[in-house]
Design a protein around this ligand. Structure first.
Ligand code: SF4
Ligand code: SF4
Ligand code: SF4
Length: 439
């Protein structure tokens, strides 16, 4: 047990997401503060227990003033995969990293650098670079369909979103009575990795085990998610390596790549077409807005109206946002939360307050404030600018909703058949487990 656990968060030696350099720690207590007050984790389990409770969000690393806590570095594993001639390395990049990677090279927060990012990853050694907005669209097709089923059957409501692995682990640990409320959808990275291993590998005629999927994310909880046994198959893990924006930024500097001079390159085409809905996934409220766009279409067979394509009540830097809309002749109540401490306050009153669907992202303003994002002293301002960068991009896109994405339509036609089909359930959904802890 950590002898300083009265002051700081204890970190287990096998934590897949974060680690601490003891020589740097100045015992300031900021890590414990954020873990308790924003994440609702420290202080909610018994500190003399041997099993340390952590939801892997990485917010303690973001606030540590001396970089004593950092992400677990996966760049050695990445370089050894790149240097192995028998492997093909496929990068998949999360929606929010394109508006934050530039900060690692002194560019302003929110600047859209997708083209330079693809170019950088190719220089590092990627064989393919795909965009996770595709996986986000796939998630929405499944999650919106699942939501409509639950509404029709009045079962397991409110539905909780499941794309944030820190939130999923939070429910599994502290609110296991609500596990059935979690959507069974894998996260966008989980879905895209599975499609690449099980479908794309056949197209390019390679063994799934020789395809190394590297997720570049804002998130250190994804390092934990990639290890989940529920996401393993006969070939091993679906997502092999997870690297944060910080790790890629530092690696580029180590390799002496001049980011600002890189020419824009396009994502590889096969699994990169994404909609605006997939892009806004990176901001708090974005997943909900994306679900609403596609659920509206599935129910009415009409494109969503303008006010649903800019659902103002679901946007903005507020830790709890609520809204409602009428679907299937019913008033559907929506709730969007960031910060798992704030989620506690909603979950504790869930019996009295009726919602139909709840989005929770662990980090401030969602993934734009993720535990693997570039560190900043003016966090509030920065996460607002990053989110705005995503909404601006959505504005510019012709394809606004996941159901309109032609590559998604193709994948269902050629492989998955329909949302919630047996194949879709096999490759795109998952299960969860109770994680007992000592109070
Ligand atoms: S925030 Fe960093 S320096 Fe402060 S107690 Fe925690 S690990 Fe130590
Ligand atoms: S990763 Fe999150 S849950 Fe784990 S110690 Fe840090 S702040 Fe707490
Ligand atoms: S909010 Fe995003 S970055 Fe933060 S833990 Fe969840 S998925 Fe990861």
């Amino acid at each position: 047990m950590d002898k300083y656990s009265e002051i700081r968060v204890p970190i287990s030696h096998d934590n897949p997401s974060i680690r601490r350099n003891e020589r740097k720690c100045v015992l300031c207590g900021k890590c414990k503060d954020v873990c308790k007050k924003k994440m609702g984790v420290a202080g909610f389990w018994k500190y003399d227990s041997e099993d340390i409770v952590c939801i892997n969000c990485g917010q303690c690393a973001n606030v540590c003033p001396v970089d004593a806590i950092t992400e677990q570095d996966s760049t050695d594993a990445l370089m050894s995969a790149i240097n192995n001639p028998n492997k093909k390395v496929v990068f998949i990049t999360s929606p929010s990293v394109r508006v934050s990677l530039g900060e690692m090279f002194n560019m302003p927060a929110g600047e859209f650098v997708a083209g330079k990012m693809v170019s950088l990853l190719k220089k590092i050694g990627a064989d393919y670079v795909f965009d996770v907005t595709f996986g986000a669209d796939l998630t929405i097709m499944e999650e919106a369909s699942e939501f409509i089923e639950r509404i029709k059957n009045e079962k397991n409501l409110p539905q909780f979103t499941s794309c944030c692995p820190a939130w999923v682990k939070f429910v599994e640990t502290f609110y296991s009575q609500y596990i059935q409320n979690l959507s069974s959808c894998r996260s966008p990275i989980g879905m895209q990795s599975s499609i690449l291993k099980n479908y794309f590998s056949k197209i390019i005629n390679i063994e799934p085990s020789d395809l190394v999927i590297v997720a570049m994310t804002p998130c250190v909880a994804k390092k934990f998610e990639a290890e989940r046994e529920e996401l393993r198959s006969f070939y091993g893990k679906d997502t092999n390596i997870v690297v944060s924006v910080r790790e890629i930024g530092k690696l580029a500097k180590r390799l002496k790549i001049n980011f600002s001079k890189l020419k824009d390159e396009q994502f590889d085409t096969a699994f990169s077409t994404g909609s605006g809905a997939g892009v806004i996934f990176g901001a708090s409220g974005g997943v909900m807005e994306a679900v609403v766009r596609t659920a509206y279409y599935f129910i009415t067979k009409e494109n969503p109206p303008k006010d649903l394509l800019q659902f103002k009540k679901l946007r903005g830097y507020k830790d709890v946002k609520t809204a409602s809309l009428t679907l299937m002749g019913k008033e559907i109540k929506l709730c969007v939360i960031f910060g798992t401490m704030q989620a506690r306050t909603i979950l504790d009153k869930l019996k009295n307050k009726k919602y139909d669907i709840i989005e929770v992202m662990a980090c401030p303003n969602g993934c734009v404030g993720g535990g693997g994002q570039p560190k900043s002293n003016s966090t509030d301002d920065v996460v607002v600018k990053r989110a705005q960068g995503l909404y601006d991009q959505d504005e510019k896109m012709d394809i606004k909703s996941s159901f309109e994405n032609p590559t998604i339509q193709f994948l269902y036609k050629e492989f998955l058949t329909t949302p919630l089909s047996e194949k879709a359930k096999q490759y795109l959904h998952t299960t969860y487990k109770n994680r007992p802890y000592r109070k």
